[in-house]
Structures are given as C-alpha cells and as structure tokens.
Design a protein around this ligand. Structure first.
Ligand SMILES: CCCCC/C=C\C/C=C\CCCCCCCC(=O)SCCNC(=O)CCNC(=O)[C@H](O)C(C)(C)COP(=O)(O)OP(=O)(O)OC[C@H]1O[C@@H](n2cnc3c(N)ncnc32)[C@H](O)[C@@H]1OP(=O)(O)O
Ligand SMILES: CCCCCCCCCCCCCCCCCC(=O)OC[C@@H](O)COP(=O)(O)O
Length: 376
C-alpha cells in the first residue's frame, strides 16, 4: 500500500472529509432557505440559484468518487446519441443494484453539465436525510410514498411543475422501486410468473405506474428516455465507505437513447413496453457477465476539473474556522471544553455514519419483500 493510499484510509482523514461535507452542506441548506423570498419575486431566478447551490453540494461527492477514490466511469453509447447528452431534458431509467449507483449517475450528470438540475423520483423517507434530503426539497425533487393511491396525483402535480423549468435536467427513475436483494428478486419473480411475464435474472420486476405517469407528464418537455444499465468490472461491490477509504472502482454504464415519441401513450401498452425494456436490459447484463463488456462503442467523457475546484474551495472555507477553533480550544486548556468537543464530534460521527447507512443495500427497506407488498 502506497503512502497516499495509507493516508486515504485513515479515520482522521474521513472525519475531515465528512466535516467539510456536512458543515458546508448545512451552510448551503441555509443559503437555499434564504432563496425562499426570491421564489416570490422570480421563480426562475430562484431555481437557477438553487441549481448552482445544489451543484456546490452534490459535486463534492462526485469529486470524492472521481478524484479521491479515482474510480473510473466508462460510458458505452452510440456516437449519434452522445451529441444529445446534456443538451436536452431526458428521463433516465437505471438498474438499482449497487450502494453507489446514484453517485455514478451523478458523475455522468456532472460530466454532461446537468448535475445541479438533475432530478429523481425518490422515496419520501429520503427527504428527511439532513443535508442531501433538505437540498432536494429546494430542487423540486419528486417524492413518493410508494403507495399508488396517494402518489398518483402528487407525482403528476410535481412533474407538471417542471414544464417551465429553466435549465436542462435528467429525471432519474429506478423502475424496480427498491434495491436488488435475493429475497426481493424471488418475490418479484413470483409476481412475474403470476402475470405470465418472463423471468428476469439480474433485475426486479419493474413497477410500471411511476414510469407511465412520468412519461405522460413530461411529454413535450423531455425529448427522450435514456435506458441506462450499470455494472462494475470484476464483480466489484462498491460502497460509499469504500469510496471514502479511497478504494478505486471501475464502473461501466451502457446508455441507449430512445425518443419519447416511441413510447406508447396508453397505460397498458406503456407497461408492456417497459417490461420488454427490462427484458432487454437483463440480456445486456447477461452479456456483460459473460463477456465483461456491454454492446456498442465506448465514448467516455473525461472527468472535469470543476468538481475538484469546488471541493477544494469548500474545504479551504470550512477548514480555516475549524483550525482557529481547535487552536483556541487547545490553548484554553479547559478540560471541560475539550471533553464537550469530543462528545460533540462523536455524536456527529454517529450521525454521518447513519447518513452513509442510507446508501447501504443491507439496510434496504422492506418494500418489495413478501410480507409487505405482494398483492397477488
Ligand atoms: C445516465 C446516468 C444517470 C443519471 C442520473 C440522473 C439523476 C440523478 C439524480 C439524483 C440521484 C439521487 C438518487 C436518489 C435515489 C433515490 C431513489 C429511490 O428512492 S427509489 C424508490 C422510489 N422510486 C420508485 O419507487 C420508482 C418506481 N416505482 C413506481 O413507479 C411505483 O409504481 C410507484 C409510483 C412508486 C407506486 O408504488 P406502489 O408500491 O403503489 O406500486 P405499484 O402500484 O406499481 O405496485 C403494485 C403493482 O406492482 C405489482 N407488484 C406487487 N409486488 C411486486 C413486486 N414485489 N415486484 C414487482 N411488482 C410487484 C402488483 O401486482 C401491482 O401490479 P399492477 O401494476 O399490474 O397492478
Ligand atoms: C465529499 C465527502 C463525503 C462525505 C461522506 C458523507 C456522505 C453522507 C452522504 C449521504 C448521502 C445520502 C444520499 C442517499 C441516497 C440514497 C439513494 C438510495 O439508494 O436510496 C435507496 C432507494 O432508492 C430505495 O430504497 P430501498 O427500498 O432499497 O431501501
């Protein structure tokens, strides 16, 4: 292990990285809160400010993936599709099998210049996660309760609001609705069998209602669906803690651009179309398992310096007051102050560990397990 790698694996380094992320994140949340009056005067200006503030926060995590861990992200796609990326609104359909699939998604958003405005249909619970969840509130992220009766109107209304969105965005949809676990896979394949649908080996059966409502409500605004399939080389199982430790991963993403006009308007036909899409995605995953690559040429955009510059900026801004505080604390010699600070740091570490836990598949919800949702 090299010296740099040893340094990256030190707990003290992790504490510093987390400190910068959380404190700058709370500061950015505060700035976002301050944009509330701007919404009343100019909605579009408030949105543009929030896009930039969101970039300041999410690109720190992207920088950690690209520059700290050095993870390589390779894109397989057709050159004629590539020229549209970042220049139009799109609905992104992605498989949901990895702890950090959202972070790899963000990396591609960053490389195509849509990171600040990227959106997702997310479970409501994530809106309560400090820093990231609070940021999403100001970004008009669409939240759902995964209860169709309650979601159908709410999701449609939130999507309609995006029609006058001032910048290009990618709207991410994990149609599987939850992360892949062997148990959830088994349950969802029972549902597939009961519906006479083919068995999927690498995916859960997609939930079709959210896809249909998204396509219908973004017609005229989004130009295409980006069918995206993510995999990692050599059976890597990446985690956010691994990234924090500086471990390098190798992500491969296969993207097909499908014009939105090709997707049926009728709900049942749209559902059948999505099931077929997932059967194709499954075959791409199988091909990847067999050959170690996706079909099509590699057209990878390089990582940009912006995420690194942003990260260094916030690090300097946040570490200076920390240095002043620590110097004052040590020179004061007050045992009580030092103990209080240590207790505070420990509590903060537990909080950040809980946030990281939100990304871990082994802490996945019960949604999609037999006990909770199988209604056949
Ligand atoms: C190119 C690079 C990528 C770019 C990235 C871009 C942007 C990045 C931006 C942000 C990154 C941040 C990432 C954050 C991640 C957070 C993601 C999440 O929170 S995922 C969870 C929330 N999202 C979803 O669930 C979306 C998919 N779900 C749906 O669409 C659902 O339909 C719903 C709208 C949520 C409603 O849920 P409900 O449970 O009520 O579902 P349904 O009505 O669909 O379910 C009943 C239906 O399903 C059948 N059924 C029952 N059990 C199962 C089962 N186990 N598996 C499959 N199907 C099941 C049941 O028979 C019913 O069938 P039918 O529809 O025929 O009646
Ligand atoms: C730059 C420095 C970095 C410091 C490290 C600290 C980082 C803390 C970051 C916490 C980020 C929290 C974002 C959570 C995003 C989780 C996305 C996700 O994958 O959600 C799961 C849902 O889709 C489905 O849920 P399940 O039904 O499977 O349950």
């Amino acid at each position: 292990m090299g010296l740099l790698q040893l340094l990256k694996s030190q707990f003290l380094c992790h504490l510093i990285l987390c400190y910068v992320f959380v404190v700058s994140g709370l500061f950015i949340n505060l700035l976002q809160f301050c944009t509330l009056p701007v919404w009343m005067v100019s909605k579009q200006l408030a949105r543009r400010i929030n896009i930039r503030l969101a970039y300041c926060l999410s690109s720190q995590m992207v920088a950690m993936l690209e520059w700290w861990s050095g993870t390589e992200c390779t894109l397989y796609t057709e050159p004629q599709s590539y020229r549209f990326y970042g220049k139009e609104n799109a609905i992104v359909v992605l498989n949901h099998s990895y702890d950090i699939d959202f972070l790899c998604g963000w990396t591609f958003c960053e490389r195509f210049g849509v990171l600040g405005s990227s959106k997702v249909l997310a479970k409501k619970e994530l809106s309560y996660v400090p820093v990231i969840g609070w940021m999403w509130y100001f970004l008009e992220i669409v939240f759902c309760k995964r209860k169709w009766e309650e979601d159908r109107t709410l999701v449609a209304q939130s999507l309609q609001k995006l029609h006058d969105y001032p910048e290009h965005f990618w709207f991410l949809l994990y149609c599987e609705g939850t992360r892949f676990t062997p148990k959830k896979h088994q349950v969802s394949m029972q549902v597939a069998e009961s519906k006479g649908l083919p068995i999927l080996k690498h995916h859960l059966l997609p939930r079709t209602k959210g896809f249909w409502v998204t396509v219908q409500n973004l017609r005229g605004k989004a130009a295409a669906v980006y069918d995206s399939t993510l995999n990692f080389q050599n059976n890597e199982k990446p985690t956010l803690l691994g990234v924090l430790n500086g471990e390098k991963y190798h992500a491969d993403l296969y993207v097909r651009r499908i014009p939105l006009d090709l997707i049926p308007e009728d709900e049942a036909e749209c559902a059948a179309w999505l099931h077929k899409l997932y059967q194709e995605k499954d075959s791409f995953q199988e091909q990847y398992t067999q050959t170690g690559r996706f079909p099509g040429p590699i057209v990878s955009p390089p990582r940009r310096l912006w995420s690194l510059i942003n990260w260094l900026f916030w690090s300097c801004l946040m570490l200076y007051p920390l240095g002043v505080l620590l110097t004052g604390l040590i020179s004061s010699g007050s045992m009580l102050s030092i103990i209080v600070s240590l207790v505070f740091c420990s509590a903060a570490s537990v909080g950040v560990r809980w946030m990281i836990g939100q990304t871990e598949i082994n802490k996945s919800s019960n949604y999609g397990n037999k006990e909770t949702t199988l209604n056949i």
